[in-house]
Design a protein around this ligand. Structure first.
Ligand SMILES: NC(=O)c1ccc[n+]([C@@H]2O[C@H](COP(=O)([O-])OP(=O)(O)OC[C@H]3O[C@@H](n4cnc5c(N)ncnc54)[C@H](OP(=O)(O)O)[C@@H]3O)[C@@H](O)[C@H]2O)c1
Length: 265
């Protein structure tokens, strides 16, 4: 199976190197293209640097890893050369299958990786248009960077909030907690951050490994009338408003971004 990556930016670079490191795609089957060709020098160690048109004609799976503003130009460029049996994969969540189909009418999927792919623990979202019958080749490929979660197209927005934006939400929430802790202790900041991060990461692993719910953890730690309960009460009483606002704002921004991307396409 030949795999091609159009756009060697943040996402394209990450996918290309991860697919290569996984060891199940040889260099002869891995292709890459980029608008600024000079950026591809390092990629030549693991993939064949070609034009986007050549890549589209040769590959079975064609990832398009460009910004929404550049997507239409790429699709127009490869439209006449793409292998008709290829699976086109867009990394852009805001442009619909219907809109893509107006430019290029071929089997299509959308993929949203998360930052945690860097350590092989992505929760990668994927959705397929109705013409894709064999989903396994793409899913197997994506499993090399972590877990794969298939969703219908209309849930990709909320799905993105939960896995692609979530590392940012989690980081900002715990940043606030660590900053607050600093004001109450002489423990150095970097030590506070490490203690909280390791506890956070271990709590997630504990819940997954022991099949525990959030409630289970709270019950185990926050004994009735104890110190932890004092803190968990504050969170349950005050944080829901912030969480609600977070989703209201991000989902509204997502709707606007989608409308602009569709309008400019
Ligand atoms: N970054 C994330 O965390 C993330 C997560 C999930 C999904 N996404 C989505 O992934 C897509 C790519 O994002 P990114 O962060 O990787 O963008 P990026 O870092 O800006 O990279 C985009 C790349 O596309 C290349 N490009 C632009 N037009 C091209 C063309 N006509 N032909 C070939 N290559 C072209 C650019 O080349 P130059 O070198 O010439 O600029 C650049 O290397 C976006 O749709 C984004 O929404 C991103």
């Amino acid at each position: 199976m030949r795999v091609g990556i159009i756009g060697y930016g943040s996402m394209g670079k990450m996918l290309l190197w991860k697919f290569s490191e996984a060891g199940n795609i040889e260099k002869e089957d891995l292709f890459v293209s980029n608008r600024t060709e000079s950026k591809l020098e390092e990629a030549k160690a693991i993939a064949n640097a070609v034009s986007s048109r050549e890549l589209a004609s040769l590959c079975d799976i064609v990832f398009v890893c460009v910004r929404p503003v550049d997507l239409k130009a790429v699709l127009e460029d490869i439209r006449d050369s793409i292998n008709p049996d290829a699976l086109l994969v867009s990394l852009n969540g805001s442009v619909s299958f219907e809109t893509i189909r107006k430019v290029i009418d071929i089997k299509t999927a959308k993929v949203i990786p998360s930052l945690t792919a860097e350590i092989g623990r992505s929760q990668t979202l994927v959705c397929f248009d109705e013409r894709v019958s064999d989903k396994n080749a793409l899913k197997d490929l994506l499993s090399t960077i972590g877990d794969v979660v298939e969703l219908p197209e209309n849930e990709m927005g909320m799905g993105s909030e939960l896995v692609s934006c979530m590392p940012g939400f989690i980081a900002s929430i715990f940043d606030v907690i660590c900053r607050s802790a600093e004001g109450h202790t002489a423990i150095p900041k970097d030590q506070i951050v490490k203690m909280v991060l390791r506890t956070m990461s271990a709590t997630g692993d504990l819940m997954l490994q022991k099949d525990m719910s959030f409630e289970d953890v709270v019950t185990r730690v926050a004994t009735k009338g104890g110190i932890t309960e004092e803190g968990t009460k504050v969170v349950y009483e005050n944080f829901p408003e912030t969480a609600e606002l977070l989703f209201e704002k991000t989902l509204e921004k997502r709707r606007l971004t989608t409308a602009i991307a569709e309008k400019n396409f």
